[in-house]
Design a protein around this ligand. Structure first.
Ligand code: BES
Ligand code: ZN
Length: 872
């Protein structure tokens, strides 16, 4: 179990490169054969020979039933390799190669059992369909290969299967197909051959075989190439691909306009599968998606689902350049492609929707999942220095904080220079596997600006705290700035976007340290302490700081309640309006008198509609439980649950009549039309308040729309009912179940809501029953998340029950899941490791549940890495 950690500093380039590989898949009902033929050539770059004394080829392989393995050196006849003599361990073989060899060819044949593969990594079966997931290290479950991202090969793939599978896909372009005369005359078989002309790392390989339906369309690129677009689904779901197809075209168009990037192959295919560990995967020319992020229509998908589909389709498409054409040298560099691609998809979504609201959504996500990670046992820099199991490092830190770092650099360079830098990046590194330094170097070359300061963000873990205090002198304000990280002085470059708002509520011009007058300045703090002097003509101005959340930090200021109210009312930066009300809400936890100050502004917004409905909706969102928990060193989730709920009630009571009026007005306005997303978002937030204060009007309305044919309305109705009387909500959830019992994806929503219930006398029993429900499927991570994920996230009282029953329930389940799917187990356990801010008694209980798992024999390295860190 004590697998040694891999360290970034130990990177060594390969001496032998697999420059091309022929793969031959023979698919049978209960097993498959994979033959591979790999040509290796010596890497003559950088005098690697001098670095590596011994010449050998290392191949990874996991769970492969090896039928034969042969080698030929410099075109001499093949000879069989005796596996036993070259085994390093059962997952790695090392083949000595004579120093004077020029080319090496390795042939192998292995037998796989995809229907017994529940890890959803390598080649596996999902509802009769065979599909692959190779990132990061799944290719080694398919064939013997140097399975690392820095060796790029040309793949040619032949697939042969019974004719009952109408679809056989792999990366690149289709170059041959035909019927095979069957030797036994039993069943007819056919084949397809795919060739991907672009060298790629093995993690981007993909294969899909099944009996599927396809939706086709085309996209014409800016150089007038016609690309075939295809979305494959299980039979019966073809009608649900329209939104994903539209999103794909928008993404292709956006990448051409924003980055000048054109798609490179003849076709772009997406396959939706039911069993998938993550959201989606960017395999070259053949993306594989969790069907949840493809299939949708207005009856079965919410506005939120549609927004996710648009963003994830775009994200995976954008990887074609940031990830595939330019890839990572090693997995420590993961943020090179993920942080950058998240930044790209965030900007895409901001362009397609409301930019200000998108920023708020991104920051909510960052604060609710990344900040806690950065303060907990699995904290790491966006580029980690070591790991045991790379699957555990697809984290909010690598992704979301990584994207924040790119965003800071983007804002620092400005749109034009950033684009020049990106052009250099693609020109210089196309077809290469590179590092984060290479990326920064390209940006420096393109922009002629130095980015040395920003490098620190790649190696520093923890969320910095930025303290800002003011001293006012006449018409000067002096800001005292001070930054720390992990309670120590820090020197990270922090761009602070600043504006000043005058008494009337308008922005005023000002200068910082005698620079030129502007309405917004971005000051780059790069020292631990600093003072800046602000001059402007007005007095009594209110500073709007860290606008647009210009850096991923905790900020502490001396702004007063009155000043926050002023910002909430007048700031033209949506994010800071929202940030102001977050601070105001938090102030109510100490001083309830502030509630009326906030609600009077909210009712003005609700009555006058001077800002967008979605922005109002987000202003009605209180700081999350996680955010409140992290405010103090010792907190208790149950107390916080009650405190937060009481505050929501008080606000609900104070705004009850405005909310009731607004909700019925919203209903009058064809609220189920496609484009009424802001209306629905707002209605949802309002109903949460109304149900909690037991407003009759609110409850009736929630009950009514829970029966709607519009999925967004139906789900906001049900979710708000779940805030109130659990027994009543169960009635409506049963109804929802009957309506949707044959739609597996919609049932995930039902499982999610059911898992938040706490019915007298039933309690945890109800949740446990869900796991035996006929629609539940242990092999399907979506179902696991719907029950165990929502239970831990939303069902505070049962999960944190004082008798530890919630913790024990989760840990028992995790033990079972780990046997089948370690990656899923290692993700689902995370809430149980977030106890840093809890009192000793609760910490003890949570740790006890972790020990129970940890002491089991045969735990996966995924799970044991996470738990070991939490228990340390
Ligand atoms: N490359 C990842 C998918 C992946 C990650 C596969 C880890 C296997 C292991 C993909 O590009 C990705 O980042 N997907 C995200 C969604 C995205 C919108 C952030 C996911 O799957 O959650
Ligand atoms: Zn990604």
């Amino acid at each position: 179990m004590s697998v040694a950690a891999k360290k970034r500093e130990n990177y060594k380039p390969l001496l032998w490169n697999p420059i091309n590989i022929l793969l031959d898949f023979q698919i049978h009902k209960n097993y498959s054969f994979v033959k591979s033929n790999i040509l290796f050539e010596k890497n003559n770059q950088n005098n690697i020979q001098n670095v590596l004394l011994e010449s050998s080829i290392e191949l990874n392989g996991i769970d492969l039933e090896t039928i034969n393995l042969q080698i030929s050196i410099d075109n001499k006849p093949f000879y069989n390799l005796d596996i036993k003599t070259i085994f390093i361990n059962d997952e790695l073989i090392s083949i000595p190669i004579p120093n004077d060899a020029v080319t090496v060819r390795i042939l192998s044949k292995v037998k796989l059992y995809p229907s017994d593969n529940f890890s959803l990594e390598g080649l596996y079966e999902s509802n009769q369909m065979l599909c692959t997931q190779c990132e990061p290290e799944g290719f080694r479950k398919i064939t013997w290969f140097p399975d690392r991202p820095d060796c790029l090969s040309i793949f040619k793939v032949n697939i042969e299967a019974p004719i009952s599978f109408n679809t056989m896909l792999s990366n690149g372009n289709l170059i041959d197909e035909g019927i095979i005369k069957d030797y036994n005359d039993k069943s007819v078989r056919h084949f397809k051959t795919w060739n991907d002309p672009f060298p790629k790392p093995s993690y981007l390989f993909a294969l899909v075989v099944g009996n599927l339906e396809v939706t086709s369309s085309t996209f014409t690129t800016f150089s007038n190439k016609i690309i075939n677009l295809e979305i494959y689904t299980e039979i019966g779901n073809k009608h649900l691909t329209g939104y994903a197809m539209k999103s794909l075209k928008k993404a292709m168009d956006w990448d051409e306009r924003k980055y000048g990037l054109e798609y490179d192959l003849e076709c772009f295919m997406i396959v939706a599968v039911s069993h998938f560990n993550m959201g989606a995967m960017e395999n070259k020319g053949l993306n594989i998606f969790n069907s949840k992020f493809i299939l949708a229509d207005l009856n079965s998908a919410t506005d939120y689902d549609l927004q996710n589909i648009e963003a994830i389709v775009a994200h995976e498409y954008f990887h074609n350049w940031t990830g595939n054409r330019v890839t990572c040298r090693d997995w420590f560099q993961l943020t090179l492609k993920e942080g950058l691609t998240v930044f790209r998809d965030q900007e895409f979504s901001a362009d397609m929707n409301d930019r200000g609201v998108k920023r708020i959504e991104d920051v909510i996500l960052l604060r609710s999942i990344q900040f806690p990670e950065d303060a907990g046992s699995n904290k790491h820099p966006i580029r980690p220095d070591e790991y045991m199991e790379i699957n555990n490092f697809y984290t909010p830190t690598v992704y979301e904080k990584g994207a924040e770092v790119i965003r800071m650099i983007y804002n620092y360079l400005g749109e034009k220079l950033y684009r020049k830098g990106m052009d250099v990046y693609f020109n210089k590194f196309d077809g290469k596997a590179v590092t984060c330094e290479d990326f920064l170097k390209a940006l420096e070359l393109g922009s002629n600006l130095n980015l040395d300061l920003f490098k620190e963000w790649y190696s520093q873990a923890g969320t910095p705290t930025l303290n800002i205090k003011r001293v006012a002198h006449n018409n000067k304000i002096v800001f005292d700035l001070y930054q720390t990280v992990n309670e120590q002085k820090s020197y990270l470059p922090i761009p602070i976007a600043i504006s000043l708002i005058d008494k009337k509520g308008d922005l005023v011009e000002f200068s910082i340290n005698n620079s030129k007058n502007e309405y917004e300045h971005v000051y780059l703090l790069s020292k631990s302490n600093d003072k800046i002097e602000i001059s402007c003509h007005e007095d009594a101005v209110v500073p709007s700081l860290l606008r647009g959340f210009s850096a991923p930090v905790n900020i502490k200021t001396d702004l007063t309640i009155i000043e926050y109210l002023h910002i909430l009312k007048h700031d033209n930066d949506s994010f800071n309006k929202w940030e102001a009300i977050q601070n105001l809400y938090l102030s109510c936890l100490e001083n309830e008198e502030n509630i009326s100050l906030i609600t009077s502004i909210l009712s003005e917004f609700l009555n006058k509609k001077i800002i967008s409905l979605s922005l109002i909706a987000y202003l009605l969102e209180l700081p999350s439980k996680t955010v409140i928990e992290n405010l103090s060193n010792v907190s208790d989730p149950i107390d916080i649950y009650h405190v937060r709920r009481n505050l929501i009630k008080k606000i609900g009571l104070s705004l009850q009549s405005v909310f009731e009026k607004t909700s019925s007005n919203l209903m009058k306005n064809d609220i189920n039309q496609t484009n009424k997303t802001g209306e629905r978002l707002l209605l949802g937030k309002i109903l949460n308040f109304l149900v909690l204060v037991q407003s009759n009007i609110g409850i009736k309305l929630a009950e009514k729309i829970s029966l709607s044919d519009n999925m967004t309305l139906s789900s906001i109705g049900l979710k708000s009912l779940c805030q109130g009387d659990s027994e009543n909500s169960l009635k409506y959830l049963n109804n929802f179940y009957s309506k949707w019992k044959s739609n597996s994806l919609v049932l995930e929503k039902w499982f999610e809501m059911m898992s938040t219930l706490n019915i007298d006398g039933e309690g945890l029993k109800l949740i446990k029953k869900l796991l035996f429900h006929k629609a539940f499927d242990y092999k399907n991570p979506n179902k696991l998340r719907s029950v165990l994920g929502s239970f831990q996230r939303e069902n505070t009282l049962l999960f944190h029950a004082n008798d530890s029953s919630g913790y024990n329930f989760v840990s028992d389940q995790i033990i079972l899941i780990d046997i089948k799917n370690p990656q899923a187990a290692a993700r689902l356990i995370l809430p149980l490791t977030r106890f840093n801010n809890y009192n000793e008694i609760r910490k003890g209980k949570m740790k006890q549940a972790l020990y129970k798992i940890y002491n089991k024999k045969g735990l996966s390295s995924d799970l044991s890495e996470i738990i070991a860190k939490a228990l340390k």
